[in-house]
Design a protein around this ligand. Structure first.
Ligand code: G3P
Ligand code: MG
Length: 249
């Protein structure tokens, strides 16, 4: 297996501070800044197509009332996922996973695919996502990092694609986290950098896998976490955090 090389800064949902999150415009914005990796959220439409979207509800990012799981891909593609963010993004679509992967590949970036299932679709979302991603992603490139808060989704990813690295996402500290991380053979531990306490971070760092922190948009916070041993940062403003962490600053 190739060793896992993760950049210091990962663009969160593309470059969420500058473009509507999880749209192709957002991933291009990250690429335009020279950001090496982006993170995105993968869930399923009603007809089990993999799309890039964070919330279970459509409202916040499309202005349309309803749940993602109740809309077919055709219906989802009719929605405007850009105008809520700004006039220059009117007409941005919710991307399919296939479009996202092709964009990332065209722009020469790496990617962290977060499995973000609607409740009850933990296994299916992982299966469809891995089916699409393994069909598109070239064998000769470092594979995507597959992450999830859902143990079952990570277990499914492990069964389907054991050699692709898995990131175990942890929001609130729980004592049993190491058992889960061991069970899913986690390659990274992806933690909430804003709510984790220093002693908890020490425990994560002592696990001796890269520790990635989300969502870190404040330079001072990034530098503080770096001193505690955090390896990489998910940022909505990845250009700002990259500059903050530059040792020549
Ligand atoms: O993968 C890091 C981060 O994206 C996890 O939280 O809610 O932003 O998907 P969320
Ligand atoms: Mg995410």
């Amino acid at each position: 297996m190739t060793s896992l090389v993760i950049p210091k800064v990962i663009g969160h949902r593309g470059a969420k501070a500058y473009a509507p999150e999880n749209t192709l415009a957002s991933f291009h914005a990250a690429a335009d800044m020279g950001i090496e990796w982006v993170e995105c959220d993968v869930k399923l439409t009603k007809d089990s197509e993999a799309i890039i979207f964070h919330d279970e509800e459509l409202d916040r990012c499309t202005g349309t009332h309803g749940l993602v799981k109740d809309f077919t891909l055709k219906e989802i593609r009719e929605l405007d996922a850009g105008s809520w963010f700004g006039e220059s993004f009117v007409g941005e679509k919710i991307p399919t996973l296939e479009e996202l992967l092709n964009t990332v590949l065209e722009r020469g970036m790496g990617v962290n695919l977060e499995i973000k299932p609607c409740p009850g679709r933990e296994v299916e979302t992982a299966e469809v996502m891995l089916d699409v991603a393994t069909r598109i992603w070239p064998d000769d490139l470092p594979p995507p990092l597959i992450s999830s808060f859902q143990h079952v989704s990570l277990e499914t990813a492990m069964d389907m694609m054991p050699e692709w690295p898995r990131g175990y996402l942890i929001d609130e500290y729980v004592k049993s986290w190491k058992e889960v991380a061991d069970y899913v053979k986690a390659s990274t531990v992806n933690i909430n950098g804003n709510t984790s306490k220093p002693d908890e971070i020490e425990e994560y760092v002592d696990y001796n896998k890269p520790v990635l922190a989300y969502t870190i948009n404040q330079p001072d916070k990034a530098r503080q976490l770096l001193r505690l041993g955090i390896d990489s940062f998910f940022a909505d403003n990845p250009d700002v955090i990259r500059e903050a962490l530059d040792p020549t600053n």
